[in-house]
Design a protein around this ligand. Structure first.
Ligand SMILES: *Cc1c(COP(=O)(O)O)cnc(C)c1O
Ligand SMILES: [Zn+2]
Length: 379
């Protein structure tokens, strides 16, 4: 199970988590052919670095690609990849499942992650299912309410006082020492699991553009690698243009891109309602920046107001997503897309976990005696 560093070229015989140069590592570019089958893991069997532990699957992946009318005014053909229907309601499950498959094979008895949101819930759930202990490191200001959706699965939640940014690196170091396999945001197996999103899209459509809400950069790298592997395998004619979408209040990758810098810098005092994409110093930021440059792709940032508007528009189509997941739709009108372009936006996670944000929505109080009038007068 070799990995290499795309930044400096160094090769490692074992799947280490990061290169000595500080950048993330990745697996080779897999090539293969698709098979007939019920799950994305089986259909794309040639493309995974470790055998998926199918008996532990919760049905992650194989999510719907939904037609949207939100592209009509812009003259584009828009589809939404609905990742909110994954077992713990975000795409993180795809990566967690594959990383857990590796942890079991490698003989680990405990796994962990650094997250307060979707990844924490995902790792807690899959670890319990696999009979592994889970150490979930969260920041000191994570609310009790939010952590219930994590601890309910049985994972051990550890609230850490101190610099949250350093936790990512500390966890990898201590994990090695203590035999805990930390599957953080851009863990190499996680990236591989996210390729399934590209595979499934390509089975249904050949998009011109794919919009990807981006924080650590793990999801972006995974989708990119998926399309590149399909292309190199001769299964698709072209790799689509990938667009990283960030919140204006925390957009280190877009800022470095627009300023023509080769490396990202820490984004000071991040502030956005899109908490799931608010990493001020993304561990795969430089890697995403390099992909965007090499392929002539782009990065677009959107304001909180634009995000909330997009969230409402998606709800009016029957899809309730969290603010981070509405950024792709918010980015649409800031882009100059050609007439008739086929566009896919990734709806990364469900709105239910962040429901308190929601305003609007009409509730009518009605005494039973007045019911007829109430029903008549509704719009
Ligand atoms: C994790 C997450 C993202 C961003 O993924 P990265 O791999 O950190 O870039 C986007 N949206 C939601 C809902 C997420 O949970
Ligand atoms: Zn390196």
């Amino acid at each position: 199970m070799k990995v290499h560093c795309p930044a400096c070229g160094k090769i490692y015989e074992n799947p280490v988590q990061r290169c000595e140069c500080g950048e993330p590592v990745e697996f080779e570019t897999f090539k293969g052919e698709p098979y007939i089958g019920k799950s994305v893991w089986g259909r794309f069997w040639d493309f995974w670095p470790v055998e998926p532990a199918l008996e532990l699957s919760l049905g992650e992946g194989d999510t719907p690609l939904v037609k949207s009318k939100l592209g009509k005014d812009l003259g584009i053909r828009l589809h939404l990849k609905n990742e909110t229907v994954n077992p713990t309601w975000s795409f993180k499950d795809r990566g967690t499942f594959l990383a857990i498959s590796y942890a079991l094979k490698a003989g680990y008895k405990a796994v962990g992650t650094v997250s307060t949101g979707n990844m924490a819930a995902s790792v807690s759930a899959y670890a319990s299912r696999a009979g592994l202990k889970a150490k979930i490191l969260v920041s000191e200001n994570a609310s009790d309410e939010k952590l219930k959706a994590v601890s309910v699965y049985g994972g051990e939640v550890i609230r850490v006082r101190g610099d949250y940014g350093r936790l990512y690196f500390e966890s990898l170091k201590l994990g090695e020492k203590l035999g805990v396999y930390f599957m953080n945001s851009d863990n190499p197996f996680r990236i591989e699991g996210y390729k399934g999103i590209a595979f499934e899209i390509a089975e249904e459509l050949s998009p011109d553009y794919v919009l990807i809400p981006t924080s650590s950069g793990g999801l972006f790298r995974g989708i990119a690698k998926g399309f590149i592997e399909l292309h190199e395998s001769g299964l698709i004619d072209a790799v689509p243009t990938l667009i990283a979408v960030q919140a204006e209040g925390c957009s280190p990758i877009c800022r470095a891109f627009s300023e023509g810098k080769a490396r990202i810098e820490r984004f000071e005092s991040p502030k956005t309602i899109a908490k799931a994409i608010a990493n001020p110093y993304p561990p795969s930021g430089n890697a995403v920046l390099k992909l965007i440059r090499d392929f002539g792709w782009s990065c677009v940032s959107v304001s909180d107001d634009e995000i909330l508007e997009a969230q409402r528009k998606l709800a009016s189509e029957g899809l309730f997503v969290q603010p981070a997941s509405a950024t792709g739709i918010a980015a649409l009108k800031k882009m100059d897309l050609p007439e008739g372009a086929k566009v896919v936006s990734i709806l990364t996670g469900s709105g239910l976990k962040t429901a308190p944000h929601i305003t609007g929505g009409r509730i009518v109080e009605c005494p039973l005696e007045e019911l007829e009038n109430c029903i008549r007068s509704g719009s």
